[in-house]
Write a protein that binds this ligand. Sequence first.
Ligand code: HEC
Length: 103
Amino acid sequence: MKNMTVFLTMGIAAWFAGNTHAASPYAGKAKAAAVCAQCHGIRSPAAEAPFPVLAGRDVQYLRMALKQYRDKTRTAPIMNNIAGSLSDRDIDDITAYYSRVTP
Ligand code: HEC
């Protein structure tokens, strides 16, 4: 019985720990509004701006692009700087958000 309780407690703890790693589009929304929207906008960039649209894009693509900017396998000075300060968590949250926005 005691073993069963330990087992359940550990299982629940693992479930919570796993859950906190799930991407949060809500957290991503705040981060996107604070940083990314200055250039990329939310639904679309300013009409005359040369920045790519992020809204509604494939989440895997966005995540890959940001990791490439971060490790500089894709070079673009602005994005290398910005992605350099993003954690994996930030990338997951922001891409979860942008991919859900209707452009
Ligand atoms: C100061 C302007 C600026 C800001 C702020 C900015 N970006 Fe960018 N972003 C750019 C430019 C310019 C490019 C095009 C770079 C290139 O040619 O690869 C780009 C490209 C990208 C791409 C690649 C798109 C594609 O079609 O391949 C992604 C993804 C991206 N940005 C995500 C973000 C995210 C997420 C943020 C916020 C954390 C952000 N950007 C903030 C200017 C900006």
